[in-house]
Design a protein around this ligand. Structure first.
Ligand SMILES: [Zn+2]
Length: 344
């Protein structure tokens, strides 16, 4: 079968690899129908040191179960399923607490010995806990929106949930990438009425407005902070959803938080030190967020996608075949595409 490997910065290749096959009785094999490229894939794409072996990549997919091990119940050949971006048993203590990203028997896609999502098929470890059945046919027009349950929409939702977004909270979303726009949609879904979106790309912030943003702020840094404060009577917002992952974005997040407010980060941090000192202490700022346990949210969010009340799949603005994956990475890295869907 064919699958995507990354060999280093700007070096993504689609190659023949061994067919996905059952290894453990808890495995399933899923033939991939839709996959996509994540903003977080762009970090290794931008900076990974060159390697001889290459590494499988991709962690978002929908597919059809082709085979299931003898310890997998509730799934059978032919089922349409979505996989969250971390596999997990969904039964250990962390999973039971809704933190499947810390599962005692789980792990990431593309790790040594584990397939990546950007390929023709995937061996899914802990299949019974990991996979969620989709009650639609594979020609459903909801496929793109259902694919966002793998990662991007669940990540935006996690950001809003950990920040405590609700009908009485004002919200600033930092970042007009697919996660930022998903966070806007999630905040709106949770009842927020005032959602300020910080982003500079008009076609993206326009989608953000469709998703529920009430104000768009194109300025960044101190100017951006000042603009948000102007729009909020000088105070900033109760909640800040930081969906970029850079230090300037984190600094901006602290700057636009209202005293007593919450900053939640879901952009994978590309820095180690954050200015979280006496000033933030004095202002009673809470810092939260982290990697999203997508598996904890899939059923709840899927219900709204199936009902048609939300359409998170609108973040996809380009569809490519598996053989075009290198170009898809380039397009996302160059900001030519917001989020690329792969139809292998
Ligand atoms: Zn677990």
């Amino acid at each position: 079968m064919r699958a995507t490997l990354i060999y280093g910065a700007h070096d993504v290749r689609v190659e023949d690899v061994p067919d996905a096959a059952l290894r453990e009785p808890t495995d399933a094999v899923v033939r991939v129908l839709r996959s996509c490229i994540c903003g977080s894939d762009l970090w290794p794409y931008g900076s990974m040191p060159a390697s001889e072996e290459g590494q499988r990549i991709g962690h978002e997919f929908i597919g059809i179960v082709e085979d299931a091990g003898r310890e997998v119940s509730g799934l059978k050949s032919g089922d349409l399923v979505v996989a969250p971006f971390v596999w997990a048993d969904n039964t250990c203590d962390f999973c039971t607490e809704g933190l499947q990203t810390s599962c005692r028997h789980g792990g990431p896609w593309g790790a040594p010995g584990v397939d990546g999502g950007q390929g023709e098929a995937v061996r899914v470890p802990q299949a019974q806990g990991t996979l969620v059945k989709l009650p639609v046919r594979q020609d459903s027009e909801l496929m793109a929106s259902l694919l966002t349950l793998s990662d991007v929409f669940c990540t935006g939702h996690h950001c809003a949930v950990t920040a405590g977004v609700g009908p009485r909270t004002t919200v600033t979303v930092i970042g007009d990438g697919a996660v930022g726009l998903s966070a806007v949609l999630a905040a709106k879904r949770l009842g927020a009425e005032r959602i300020l979106l910080m982003g500079r790309h008009k076609e993206r912030t326009d989608l953000g407005r469709d998703f529920g943003a009430t104000d768009v702020i194109a300025e960044r840094g101190d100017e951006g902070i000042e603009r948000v404060r102007e729009l909020t009577g000088g105070d900033g917002t109760h909640t800040v959803l930081e969906c970029v992952g850079t230090l300037p974005a984190a600094e901006m997040a602290l700057g636009v938080a209202r005293d007593g407010g919450v900053v939640s980060r879901v952009g994978a941090p590309q820095y180690t030190d954050m200015p979280f000192g006496f000033e933030e202490f004095w202002r009673n700022i809470t810092l939260t967020g982290g990697v999203a346990p997508a598996r904890a949210y899939i059923e709840e969010l899927m219900a709204d996608v199936l009902e048609g009340s939300i359409e998170p799949g609108r973040v996809f603005d380009r569809t490519i075949s598996l053989d075009e994956v290198a170009g898809g990475y380039r397009a996302m890295a160059d900001r030519q595409a917001l989020k690329v869907l792969i139809n292998p």
